[in-house]
Design a protein around this ligand. Structure first.
Ligand SMILES: Cc1ncc(COP(=O)(O)O)c(C=O)c1O
Length: 463
């Protein structure tokens, strides 16, 4: 492609994206496609000869966009709704232009240093300890896997060379994300040695149950090494009692990892600082700006107070990558599995600078306001009930009927096409889940979800 052709297609692309973002509501949130339909519509073999960009873009519009779930749709109210902001999109564009690879400081000083700078800004804005070390991975699953690897290293340095981590145990609540178990599988601790600590009526880990499980395992000859607490669990956004858990970890010398993949962004809001009490005691902490900080996929921040342990767990420097030691030249490849790393900090920097702390706080506050308004309306309708306390920007609720009723109502609401809510199971019951997190979501969209729910719910409660 010549520079002139690039200019031409680049301008068209920006125009397309601007139009797409402005009119994203033209599309249904969930694409009306069947599994395999896109595959069948695309050629079985790649082209022998290069094709014109006009044709590629036409197929993108004709085939790819209609088969896409529209995460940028303001009616996307499922899981943890999120956003690809224009600032973030521009950051991604420049990232691809530079094509930086931050494996070593030398291979891209900008990738390495902007990562340190943006993560310091966020630590300051979030009231997290200044001296933590931070780096960006792709997802919270990867971040937590590294936390568990560091915990393994701290408890049993031999496991690194011998390849066994037998007898180590990890503790997490019944409500924590499955990535914790996957992390334990990946680092050789094994799923059987992940203890699921029971939760209280508000879905928070019970510290006394944690203590009992640790004592029992110690008596049985197991070696507890790590506790992961969650601030903002996946289903209900419950907040584990981190101060009490930290105290147990201190006493038993266990690595404390805090998974704040979604709710970590709320640390920017002083009114939510209570949720992060005790997090300064953590050995590691993960938060995903791609979940609730208006940054496009993917961007997961991993902080640790003990970078030297993480480094010990993973530093392996092949001859061709040996560089001069300079304390300010951090080589990020030393702190994890990936060698190559994308310039994810650039889009983060664009978003942080364009919004500023105040702008981000205002956006999050609006999401919280909309979710809390929705929770109030649900509670006021005698046919519905909240299934968990509505915290942050998420509401879990049920029609006071059978699981089948709830499933049918949700299917009917989602079939309308302009909103998408998800579901979970709480206390054994099918539960509807609404999350506000998209940049374009306004009162109109949340009200629409409510109207559809009210319309789909039978008038009389059939319990
Ligand atoms: C609390 C929590 N931790 C971890 C994850 C996994 O996130 P990722 O997709 O970044 O791996 C999720 C996903 O929703 C989550 O809710």
């Amino acid at each position: 492609m010549t520079p002139e052709e690039f200019r031409h297609h680049g301008h068209l692309a920006i125009d397309w994206i601007a139009e797409f973002l402005e009119h994203v509501e033209r599309y249904p949130v969930l694409p009306p496609v069947k599994p395999g339909e896109l595959t069948d519509a695309l050629p079985r073999h790649g082209p022998e000869r290069g094709e014109p960009m006009e044709l590629i873009v036409a197929d993108f519009e004709r085939l790819i966009v209609p088969a896409s779930t529209q995460w940028n749709h303001p009616g996307f109210l499922a899981y943890f709704a999120n956003s690809s902001t224009p600032e973030g999109i521009l950051g991604e564009l420049y990232t691809a232009a530079l094509n930086g690879n931050g494996m070593l400081w030398k291979t891209s000083p900008a990738v390495t240093e902007l990562e340190q700078v943006t993560l310091r800004w966020l630590r300051q804005w979030s009231g997290l300890p200044e001296d933590w070390f931070g780096l960006i991975y792709d997802t919270a699953s990867t971040s937590s896997m590294h936390a568990i690897a560091a915990a393994r290293e701290a408890a049993d340095p031999e496991s690194r060379t011998k390849g066994t981590a037998r007898g180590l145990a990890v503790y997490t609540s019944e409500q924590s994300h499955s990535s914790i178990e996957k992390g334990a599988i990946a680092v050789g601790i094994g799923q059987d040695n992940v203890r699921k600590v029971p939760v209280d009526a508000e879905f928070r880990m019970r510290p006394e149950a944690l203590e009992e499980m640790i004592e029992r395992d110690l008596a049985a000859g197991l070696r507890p090494c790590c506790v992961t607490a969650t601030v903002g669990t996946t289903s209900t956004t419950s907040v584990d009692p981190v101060p009490a858990i930290a105290e147990i970890c201190r006493r038993h010398k266990l690595w404390l990892h805090v998974d704040a993949a979604y709710a970590g962004s709320a640390a920017l809001l002083p009114e939510f600082r209570w949720a992060f009490e005790g997090c300064d005691q953590a050995d590691s902490f993960v938060t995903n700006p791609h979940k609730w900080l208006l940054v496009p996929m993917d961007c997961s921040i991993f902080y640790t107070r003990r970078p030297e342990v993480l480094r010990r767990a993973f530093s392996l420097i092949p001859e061709y990558l040996v560089t001069q030691a300079d304390p300010r030249a951090v080589n990020l490849m030393d702190y994890g599995v990936p060698l190559g790393r994308r310039f994810r900090a650039l889009k983060l920097w664009f978003v942080l600078r364009s919004y500023g702390r105040e702008g981000l706080a205002a956006a999050l506050r609006e999401h919280v306001r909309l979710a809390q308004w929705f929770a109030g309306e649900v509670e006021a309708d005698t046919r519905f009930e909240l299934a968990a306390p509505a915290r942050f920007s998420v509401v879990n609720f049920r029609y006071k009927g059978s699981d089948e009723d709830n499933r049918r109502i949700l299917d009917e609401v989602n079939a309308a096409g302009d909103v998408f809510l998800s579901s979970t199971v709480l206390s054994g019951k099918y539960t509807m889940h609404l999350a506000v997190g998209n940049q374009f979501t306004g009162e109109r969209h949340v009200r629409r979800a409510l109207d559809l729910l009210r319309g789909a719910a039978p008038a009389g409660v059939s319990v």
